[in-house]
Design a binder for this molecule. Structure first.
Ligand code: GSN
Length: 227
């Protein structure tokens, strides 16, 4: 019997990566069971382990949790990353949903054709600059005036962890986006967050953080889910 959460997914980012980020940032060790073939996935399905025949699935506390956002909420609440009251939680949810919407655009990209990828790169830049990053920059500017380092209250939350994950993912597509577009508070946030011990460790090579999807991973996903 394993006390650590067990994450069931492919050996790649996808919808599981934010769950990995949240657990790692909370200092929680976890195990992973990867599947690589349709047969492995079907085994989980046939065992009745997947409520909606979908992954991510996380085994923890005697449950087989599915639905990414439900999993994220459970972990955030359990490890005190979900604010101190209902209002803080509402803001954490709003900030998380914003970065999640941007992250979906990033996660789709490896599965596109080259011309589609180019359009998506442009779309990501436009949404990042016009819709998302200015919001977080302004919130962090106001928080800095109150000598507060995080998006909500004065405590690390799910919203901060997901913002850092998203900043780093956007930078993989547009490396100079913070520097070239005058986001000093986001830059300072990125540096501060990356230096937190649990996050620093997760960012180091050899951690359970997954690389950006390559061709092999894309083919595995297609083989498992689309064949
Ligand atoms: O957010 C969630 O966890 C669900 N609302 C969606 C989960 C989902 O779509 N999972 C995919 C694989 S991960 N990539 O998106 C999945 O299990 N697809 C198989 C299927 O038959 O839907």
């Amino acid at each position: 019997m394993c006390d650590k959460p067990i994450l069931h997914y492919l050996n790649g980012r996808g919808r599981m990566e934010s769950i990995r980020w949240l657990l790692a940032s909370s200092g929680v060790e976890f195990e992973e069971q990867f599947f690589e073939t349709k047969e492995d996935f079907e085994k989980l399905l046939n065992n009745g382990d997947l409520m909606f025949q979908q992954v991510p699935m996380v085994e923890m506390d005697g449950m087989k949790l599915v639905q990414t956002k439900a999993i994220i909420s459970y972990i955030a609440e359990k490890y005190d990353m979900y604010g101190k009251d209902q209002k803080e939680r509402a803001y954490i949810d709003m900030f998380f949903e914003g970065t999640y919407d941007l992250m979906v655009l990033l996660l789709q990209m490896p599965f596109m054709t080259e011309p589609e990828k180019e359009d998506q790169r442009v779309l990501i830049k436009q949404k990042t600059l016009k819709r998302y990053f200015p919001v977080y920059e302004e919130v962090l500017r106001k928080q800095a005036l109150k000598k507060q380092d995080y998006l909500v209250g004065n405590k690390l939350s799910l919203a901060d962890v997901h913002l850092l994950e998203t900043i780093l993912a956007v930078e993989e597509v547009h490396p100079d986006i913070l520097h070239d577009n005058n986001f000093p508070n986001l830059q300072a946030f990125k540096a501060r967050m990356s230096a937190l011990p649990t996050i620093k460790k997760f960012l180091e090579p050899g951690s359970k953080r997954k690389p950006v999807a390559d061709e092999k991973y894309v083919n595995t996903v297609k083989k498992v889910f689309l064949s």
